[in-house]
Design a protein around this ligand. Structure first.
Ligand code: ADP
Ligand code: ZN
Length: 763
């Protein structure tokens, strides 16, 4: 007898774009359903997969079908809307349905036993004494131990490995020698949920805020999809609009998700939401499996109806989703850098469409993608052009570093106008922030005799000098060495430390302004748990005069007593051979500038640059996002880059340079052979070789650039080649999707190939 429910199509977390069919044993047939987890045999192993369809007919020879072993969920764990969302992600990002589903599920649902603890590593008492003995012969163990000693307390495993860019084995060796202790620590609470709650009556909305809230809540109540872009300058009260729209969503008995960049997921942010809504689920990368699962379950059961979190919170299984907010939607951290390489902003939009919910994107410097959507009517533009309380945006002064030289015409890192502004601010008992997007002391070790720079042996990068450790460090692979005293090329002495990193800026400020109280925030100084608050607390209380730092201080900080902000170099991102470098520069200057003048005393921003004529700088100085967007969008249009075309980057990495290049060429040939109709090449805005001959076999609007060596041509001894496919109307991604899947799933001996749709970086 044929049963309606005799077979199940199961998606597995494997890079194979197909589902696998299993027979459903009789007793399970009444409960199997799409969205339920099952244990199935696969080759010689067992795997946890998710049933995506229940079938009557197997669609293949039934004798070749094996039965599934277990059904893990009586009730489907994944609701239908999330299954559908996963399929969309698989299509959009070129991966399998199973891989996309795996990204949705909390880890503990993918294993049979959930972890309830984290691993911490700590230096043992007396380990300082061992440091010197490790230095020359065991550099990796040395790096681990030094990091632990600097942290002055236990450090989490992920944190330690991420920071040192090392594997686990040096840690184990250190344990064997007795210099470190490794512990499993049970974790039950989440520091983000333990902070104080920020209560107090909500402020009266300005008319602009009110209009924005009303537009969004109307959509939430009507239960249909609607997209909005809340374009509000820094300090214009965007967060307050989110809070009110959330209130209205709860009042309409619907749920909401708020996505914020990981970096701004601080106790202060969370406190603001908890103050209004009480029970708020918080999802972020530092939860243990068990914590994440607890949150997930509370959300799934409808106990928490407001979810705040980083990128992956877009998958929170809320019931009756009514609103998705994406704060700082332009942030590149919303893009996941591993499979599935989704962009949370795009997933949020799709999810809102499926749920018939409102999507609210917010930014002071919208991404060109979001801006164009608003221009073309795919979302509605809501503006907050004024700071609340009548404060104005700070004046921005450009300092031309070509004219600012120090003694003997040496280049200066901190110009006189900036230094004297900081000095005056301190005298008035006000505060300053100095931003530089580079850590370390000096980014370049330069030989004045032969003009060579000291470079990493394994990477296409120069070594940065870190003075505190007296080491030259590669920021790509983490490798470090005692800085050479002689040029490795010509053996001449007298190497120079050129350029500035945050460490040098801190040092300079100290020397130029005696008595000033300075603190530095970058990933070198913020190792220990609680280190952020250890600096921001005193800064808030006025015990620190000036804060020097990297991206960490670029956004979110709201200190009314900061009246001077310095962008030490606006040029760091400008020259990156990436089509988004101008956009990034504009965003960064605008965001950093937004830290000044948030109180009644106003503020002034100094932007130091060697290229004051650059558009990105000029527009940022005038606070003119719209003019910037107009011009940059034109440039993208003529070059055929996003948001006018979809871009797909294919990266080939391999130990053997020739093989990597040959593989990239083979991939290009596959892409070229993939579809009909020729298209002549256009000039690219990237250093790619362009095929000048008409490319046979491409759909109209599809263009392949490269292969070429990636801008960073080598990392950890692996050569990197890449190609860029651009897909412009009338074609869509569908024109090359099948071949992209083949490339992603293909076997490329000796190489690793990644397909990245809509990359946020092409370095
Ligand atoms: P943004 O997210 O645009 O940077 P916020 O929402 O954080 O701005 O608002 C900046 C500051 O102004 C916050 O301290 C907030 O509490 C306050 N604020 C926001 N809206 C109002 C309002 N309508 N009246 C008074 N204060 C407000
Ligand atoms: Zn390196």
């Amino acid at each position: 007898m044929v049963s309606e429910r005799a077979y199940a199509a199961v998606a597995l977390n494997r890079p194979i774009r197909t589902e696998f069919t299993y027979a459903v044993p009789q007793p399970l047939r009444s409960s199997i359903a799409p969205g339920a987890r099952v244990v199935v045999p696969f080759a010689t192993r067992r795997e946890v997969g998710v049933c995506v369809r229940v079938l009557g007919e197997p669609g293949m020879d039934p004798r070749r079908i094996r039965p599934l072993e277990r059904l893990l969920d009586e009730e489907p764990i994944l609701p239908g809307d999330l299954l559908e969302l996963a399929l969309w992600i698989a299509d959009e990002t070129v991966c399998s349905w199973g891989q996309a589903i795996a990204a949705l599920l909390p880890a503990s649902l993918k294993r049979e036993v959930a972890r309830r603890s984290i691993v911490q590593i700590e230096a043992t008492p007396g380990a300082e004494g061992a440091l010197a003995s490790l230095e020359t012969d065991w550099p990796k163990q040395f790096r681990v131990l030094r990091t632990l000693l600097e942290a002055g307390g236990p450090v989490e495993r992920v944190e330690l490995l991420g920071r040192t860019k090392l594997s686990w084995s040096p840690v184990l060796r250190l344990r064997k020698k007795g210099w470190v202790r490794i512990r499993r620590v049970p974790v039950t609470s989440d520091p983000l949920l333990e902070g104080e709650i920020e209560r107090g009556p909500p402020p009266r909305l300005t008319p602009e805020q009110e209009a924005a809230r009303d537009a969004v809540t109307a959509i939430v109540r009507e239960r249909k999809f609607g997209g909005f872009l809340l374009f509000g300058i820094t300090g214009s009260g965007k967060t307050e609009v989110y809070l009110r729209a959330l209130e209205a969503t709860l009042a309409a008995r619907r749920s909401a998700i708020v996505l914020v960049p990981e970096i701004s997921l601080t106790p202060q942010t969370v406190a603001r939401f908890r103050g209004r809504f009480g029970e708020v689920a918080v999802l972020h990368s530092r939860l243990t499996d068990a914590q994440r699962f607890d949150q997930w379950r509370a959300i799934r059961e409808g106990k928490a109806r407001v979810v705040v979190g980083a990128r992956s919170a877009v998958f929170a299984p809320v019931r009756d989703l009514g609103l998705v907010v994406v704060d700082e939607e332009h942030e590149p951290s919303f893009k996941q850098q591993q499979v599935p390489r989704y962009h949370a902003r795009d997933v949020a939009r799709r999810r809102a469409e499926i749920a018939e919910a409102a999507l609210l994107l917010g930014s002071a410097t919208p991404s060109l993608e979001a801006w164009r959507d608003a221009q073309e009517g795919r979302s509605r533009l809501l503006r907050l052009p004024h700071r609340v309380g009548g404060g104005s945006l700070p004046e921005i002064r450009v300092v031309d570093l070509r004219r600012e030289t120090g003694p003997g015409r040496a280049p200066t890192l901190l110009s006189r106008p900036l230094l004297s502004a900081v000095r005056d601010a301190v005298r008035r008992r006000e505060q300053a922030i100095l931003f530089l997007n580079r850590r370390g002391f000096a980014p370049v070790l330069y030989c004045p005799t032969c003009a060579a720079t000291v470079r990493c042996d394994r990477c296409d990068a120069s070594l940065t000098y870190h003075r505190r450790h007296r080491r030259a460090v590669c920021h790509l692979c983490g490798e470090e060495e005692v800085p050479p005293t002689k040029c490795p090329d010509c053996t001449a002495g007298g190497l120079l430390f050129l350029g500035a990193g945050s460490e040098r800026v801190e040092d300079l400020v100290r020397r130029e302004i005696p008595g000033i109280r300075v603190a530095r925030m970058d990933s070198d100084t913020m190792v220990a748990r609680g280190a952020h608050e250890g600096v921001l607390g005193p800064f808030r209380r006025g015990e620190i005069d000036a804060l020097v730092g990297t991206q960490m201080i670029a956004k979110g900080l709201d200190f009314p007593n900061v009246t001077v902000v310095g962008v030490v170099s606006a040029d760091t991102a400008l020259h990156l051979p990436d089509f988004r470098s101008t956009e990034r520069t504009f965003q960064l200057i605008s965001q950093v500038a937004g830290r000044a003048g948030r109180g009644p005393k106003g503020g002034v921003v100094f932007v130091q640059t060697h290229q004051p004529e650059q558009d990105a700088i000029g527009f940022a100085v005038r606070h003119d996002y719209e003019a910037f967007a107009r011009e940059e969008i034109e440039g993208r249009r003529s070059a055929g880059f996003p948001p006018f075309a979809r871009a797909v980057r294919i990266l080939v990495e391999g130990k053997d340079e020739d093989r990597a290049r040959a593989t990239a060429v083979r991939i290009r040939d596959r892409l070229l052979g993939s579809s009909p109709a020729p298209e002549p090449g256009k000039s690219p805005a990237l250093p790619f070789e362009v095929e000048e001959r008409p490319l046979g076999g491409l759909a109209p609007g599809v263009q392949i650039l490269g292969p070429a060596p990636a801008p960073i041509a080598r990392i950890r001894g692996r050569a990197r080649w890449h190609l860029l496919a651009k897909v412009a109307p009338p074609s869509t991604l569908a024109a090359i999707r099948a071949v992209l899947h083949d490339v992603a799933e293909g076997s490329w001996p000796g190489c690793e190939v990644t397909v990245d749709v809509d990359p946020v970086s092409v370095l």
